[in-house]
Design a protein around this ligand. Structure first.
Ligand SMILES: NC(=O)c1ccc[n+]([C@@H]2O[C@H](COP(=O)([O-])OP(=O)(O)OC[C@H]3O[C@@H](n4cnc5c(N)ncnc54)[C@H](OP(=O)(O)O)[C@@H]3O)[C@@H](O)[C@H]2O)c1
Length: 281
């Protein structure tokens, strides 16, 4: 008998792509979607949701741009309503720590009547290599509106491992895994570790939040992203999330990956090699 596919929302995302690779390696059938797939799935277009969910057994759900934005809660409420109607049995939601909006969304899922898991993650290590910090690092100086706040950055490979365990092992059902790295670091410490491993200096500088947001505005960054980054750096990054948590151990029975191992892996991939990046562009 053919099994129904596992839906992955966020096909090319930092975690969606990794979850998909792992599931396919394990022999599961997947349906990976985003705005650029056929059929497409767009969080801004609810009319694209039903046909994509229909026929799937379970789903790994990442919300873009972030569960902290005010329209995330009504969107997930509607998503869950449709999921129930078409008979989706299990949802694994990627969530964020210390975000009031994300916690409201978690409650929507927990009270939906669908079996659930929440993977509540700290800041991803991969923000340094696959996201908005990469360009600064390649240019030799990371500039952020963050002073000495400690953050236990998590490796997206660990998040994907936990998500796959939640999707495939029924003994994990209806549990929240709060996942962080094993060590809390400031941005300055992260940049020191990256610089030392790279063998070339990458400076870390701080900037007042208003100046940072003005620069984003001048660069044409959309208003929702400006709002989100202000929220992340002024509210979520106030030290509330500095504590190390043990969701990786709980789900997988092994410790979370250290930042050092992430840095080594990233160097080996060539992602911080400006020359290599230029050639492959
Ligand atoms: N980054 C962190 O440090 C962090 C920490 C904790 C939690 N989170 C959570 O992680 C989630 C993001 O997950 P992720 O980092 O795995 O994904 P991601 O890397 O942000 O996903 C990027 C992909 O999402 C797709 N996308 C963008 N807008 C979309 C839309 N309107 N509808 C559907 N797809 C869209 C894009 O593909 P297309 O262009 O093809 O659509 C893009 O390739 C957020 O909800 C955030 O709260 C992030």
């Amino acid at each position: 008998m053919k099994h129904s596919p596992i839906l992955i929302i966020g096909k090319n995302g930092k975690t969606g792509s990794r979850v998909n690779t792992r599931l396919q390696t394990l022999g599961y059938d997947t349906r990976q979607v985003s705005r650029s797939t056929t059929p497409s799935f767009d969080w801004e277009k609810p009319q694209t949701w039903r046909s994509v969910i229909d026929g799937c057994a379970s789903a790994y759900v990442t919300y873009q741009p972030d569960l902290a934005v005010p329209h995330a809660e009504p969107a997930i409420r509607e998503f869950v309503r449709i999921a129930r109607e078409v008979g989706l049995k299990h949802i694994v939601l990627l969530s964020g720590r210390g975000e009031a909006g994300a916690q409201r969304v978690e409650e929507v899922l927990k009270s939906s009547g669908i079996s659930w898991n929440i993977v509540r993650a700290s800041w991803f290590c991969q923000n340094f290599s696959e996201s908005f910090m990469l360009e600064d690092i390649l240019a030799g100086e990371l500039v952020l509106p963050a002073e000495g706040t400690l953050e236990p950055f998590i490796d997206a490979d660990d998040i994907a491992d936990v998500a796959v365990a939640a999707l495939t092992d029924p003994s994990h059902r209806n549990k929240l895994f709060e996942v962080t790295g094993p060590r809390a670091l400031t941005f300055a410490q992260c940049m020191r570790e990256i610089s030392e491993a790279l063998g070339r200096p990458v400076k870390y500088s701080t900037v007042p939040i208003d100046v940072y947001i003005d620069t984003l505005r001048e660069q044409g960054v959309p208003e929702t992203m400006q709002w989100l980054l202000r929220e992340l750096f002024t509210v979520v990054f106030d030290g509330r999330n500095s504590q190390v948590m043990f969701g990786v151990e709980e789900a997988l029975g092994r410790p979370a990956t250290d930042f050092k191992a992430y840095v080594q892996k990233s160097i080996e991939s060539g992602v911080w090699d400006a020359e290599m990046q230029r050639k492959s562009a």
